[in-house]
Structure formats: structure tokens, C-alpha cells
Design a protein around this ligand. Structure first.
Ligand code: GLC
Length: 417
């Protein structure tokens, strides 16, 4: 857990047959494609540009410290040659394991490795058809489906994954929906802990990988919680990891132009760490096995920031001090980091950082270039009237900032307490 919280920033990878459709990883469900219609992606899956070293380089360059890979998504397609199904990469034109080379590439760069694994399976013949299944209709019959056979398959595949690829740091199951209500209607046939045999599955995972962390989507308490595509307004009570997309879709989505700019993503990372969380940021590689140029450019942009500002993020967490408006604080030991989401004019007033005997800050500098930031000691006798500094609430420490905002995604001031 300590290692997980130290890492703070990871790469989510959503990759599978849906990369070929290139219109969201739920395409099979959204367009209600039959197995036969979806088969064309299996028959044409041949990622000739697949280069996991390039992926790992891009992640490491962005400052990411771990990776979570979709071993199987809801469509049921497996990225490794599972002995328990023919519906895996082994049967595609590509024909070879993908999970092993990806794991090796990331581990080779010292990054942590986790597996996302879908509890839902829209291909398995024994998975009972429910309200979010592509084949759902009001008069569907599940008489020929036996969920116990699916449970055996699910547990067996998790066992394969956790015995074939060495140490795995996190198991990221997705998802439970027994009580899910959409538009005021409960999901018919929604599934949860009893359907996955979650307790047993979690025990199996911990037996095979004693140091592993399990997320909270098995409908039983997990080691960390996973807010998806939103930033919590206050720190969640439990250890947490935000998962976020670059453009709203997890799988490669060719015509989607809703890309988040670098500075927004950096603010998301900072906001997350200031609330004691991790950020898992997603890339959906395309059907040839490459990260698209736009995603690469974004990762490079984030990397420019993390290269200079990593100290304010890795191993850092929330601060007990109250941040001024438009700022986020992170703290690590006696270093307090002020992240400026908006650029103030001339002065930044830090509440509570001027004690009765003088400032509680020994030294202040910009993090990106280690240039000194001067603190001002308010002197009510002198700084009254038109200078205004004397009118500050007691305990406020003013910093004197340049008029020009530093040219970085989010400027950071490092305070030595
Ligand atoms: C979801 C979606 C999904 C995505 C995931 C990531 O629940 O079903 O497609 O993989 O969340 O958090």
C-alpha cells in the first residue's frame, strides 16, 4: 500500500478487439452487435506495429510509475492465450501472447504492473444475459445458461493470469451492478458479489499473490476505491485511485475529438494528490498496436511538467494547512508545495503560515527553476493604508510573485517549513 501511494500516477491501457471498430469499447453493446457481427474484429486483429517498449517509454516519459492493462474487457476477448477459451489472441491472425511482452516492457522500466479484468463477459455462452448485455431483450431466456460454469471460468482465468506473469501489484475487477439503477429502472439481471463468488475470488487472488491490492468493484470491500471520470470534491475516506480518460472513451475512438489539454490533466493529477489519491490515466492503443499521435503528444506534455515537478507529487499527500483560493497544496515532510491553478497578481497570501514569532517558512522557491520567491513580513505599522499588506488577517504570509507567469502547465512553489 505504501508503494502504491508513493507512485501516485499510473497508465491505464484499454486494448482489445474494440480498437478495430474504433468507436468506444462498449461498441458491441451500444450497437447491439451479434457475436457474428463482432467476429470481424477478431478475424482482423493483427497489430503489426505492436511495440510494448514504446508504450512503456511513453508512460515512463510522462512520469507514470505503474500500469494497469485490460487482460479481458466486457466483450470477453482475452489478450493472453488462455487454456480455457478459444476466444483469445491465440486465434487471431496475430496469434501470440500480448500480456507477457507488455508486462515485461513495463517491469523492465521499473514500473508497477496491474491487471484490469472484466467480471462481465458478453461472449461466454454461460454468462446469463442481463439488461446491459448486447443480446438483451425483454423476452430473453437464460434457461440454457448456467452461471456456475461461468464462475469456474472466471476464477480459472484469474488463476492463469496470476500464475503466469510473476508479481502482479493490483487486480482491478470491473464491475458489479446488482443494484444499479439507470433512468429510475433497476438493471434486469444485474450482477454482483454472489454472481462472481467475490469472497472466494478475492481469497484466490490473495493466495496466489499475497502482496496484491484489489479494487472495490467486486461488491465487497476492497483495498482501494475507484471514482471514475470525476474528481471527488473532498478526499474519500478510503485509499483511492481516480481513473480518467484522455477523451471520454477508454478504447481507441477515432472520431472523438474531446481531448483534454495537458494543463487540465496536470491539474487533475495535482488535485488528486492533494486529496491523497492516485491518478490512473488511460490510453487506448489502436488496432495496429500503437498509441495515436495525439495521446503521445499529451503524454509528452505531461512529462515536461512531471520532470520538473515530480517532487510535489510522488510520495506527497495532503497538507494540514489551508490553501489559498485557486491553489492546491501537497506536502511531503517539511516541504509544502503550492500549485497555482490561476496566476495571481504580484502577491499570494498564505493563511496560517506566519506564526506569532515570524514566518513558518524557512525558504521559498519556484520548483521548476529553483529561483527564490521572497516572502514579505507584514508590518502593521508600515504596511497600512494604500499598501494593504497590513490589513491581512493575522497569520497570513504574503509571497511576492513575478508578474510573468512561469511557462509551465501548473507553476509550483516549494516552501521549506
Ligand atoms: C467502466 C466501463 C468501462 C471501463 C471502466 C474503467 O465501468 O464499463 O468500459 O473499462 O469502467 O473504469
Amino acid at each position: 500500500m505504501a508503494e502504491f501511494r508513493e507512485q501516485r500516477f499510473g497508465l491505464f491501457i484499454h486494448w482489445g478487439l474494440y480498437a478495430l471498430a474504433a468507436r468506444h469499447e462498449w461498441v458491441k453493446q451500444r450497437e447491439r452487435l451479434t457475436d457474428e457481427q463482432y467476429q470481424r474484429y477478431f478475424d482482423h486483429f493483427d497489430p503489426d506495429l505492436f511495440d510494448p517498449d514504446a508504450w512503456a517509454d511513453a508512460a515512463a516519459g510522462a512520469g507514470m510509475r505503474y500500469m494497469v492493462l485490460t487482460t479481458k474487457h466486457h466483450d470477453g476477448f482475452c489478450l493472453w492465450p488462455s487454456a480455457l477459451t478459444d476466444y483469445s489472441v491465440a486465434g487471431t491472425p496475430y496469434g501470440r501472447d500480448l500480456v507477457g511482452p507488455i508486462v515485461d516492457a513495463f517491469r523492465g522500466r521499473g514500473l508497477g504492473v496491474g491487471f484490469y479484468h472484466s467480471l462481465i463477459d458478453w461472449h461466454h455462452p454461460q454468462f446469463p444475459i442481463d439488461g446491459i448485455h448486447p443480446s438483451w431483450s425483454d423476452d430473453v431466456s437464460n434457461n440454457d445458461r448456467n452461471i456456475e460454469e461461468y464462475q469456474t471460468y472466471l476464477h480459472g482465468q484469474v488463476e492463469e493470469l496470476l500464475t503466469r506473469y510473476g508479481r502482479i501489484d493490483t487486480m482491478w475487477f470491473d464491475f458489479s451492478y446488482a443494484k444499479r439503477v439507470v433512468n429510475g429502472r433497476p438493471t434486469p439481471g444485474g450482477k454482483g458479489a454472489a454472481d462472481w463468488r467475490s469472497e472466494e475470488l478475492a481469497s484466490l487472488v490473495r493466495k496466489l499473490q499475497p502482496g496484491i491490492l484489489i479494487n472495490d468493484r467486486l461488491e465487497i470491500p476492497g483495498d482501494f476505491t475507484t471514482p471514475e471520470q470525476y474528481q471527488p470534491t473532498a478526499p474519500p475516506a478510503q485509499v483511492w485511485e481516480a481513473c480518467q480518460t484522455l477523451n471520454g472513451s477508454w478504447g481507441y475512438d477515432r472520431d472523438n475529438l474531446d481531448h483534454k489539454p495537458v494543463d487540465l490533466l496536470v491539474r487533475m493529477l495535482v488535485d488528486t494528490v492533494s486529496k491523497d489519491g492516485n491518478l490512473l490515466l488511460n490510453v487506448g492503443p489502436n488496432g495496429r498496436g500503437a498509441f495515436d499521435p495525439r495521446s503521445l503528444e499529451t503524454l509528452r506534455g505531461i512529462g515536461e511538467w512531471t520532470r520538473l515537478h515530480g517532487r510535489s507529487v510522488y510520495g506527497a499527500g495532503p497538507s494540514p494547512f489551508e490553501a489559498p483560493p485557486d491553489c492546491r497544496y501537497t506536502q511531503r515532510g517539511d516541504r509544502l508545495y503550492v500549485h497555482l491553478f490561476a496566476w495571481p497578481y504580484r502577491h499570494l497570501h498564505l493563511p496560517g503560515l506566519a506564526g506569532p514569532d515570524g514566518p513558518r517558512v524557512r525558504y521559498a522557491q519556484f520548483l521548476h527553476d529553483a529561483s527564490e520567491i521572497r516572502t514579505l513580513i507584514p508590518d502593521p505599522a508600515r504596511d497600512s493604508g494604500h499598501t494593504r499588506l497590513g490589513a491581512l488577517p493575522p497569520g497570513t504570509l504574503p509571497l511576492q510573485l513575478p508578474v510573468q507567469r512561469p511557462d509551465v502547465a501548473v507553476p509550483v512553489i516549494e516552501l521549506f517549513l
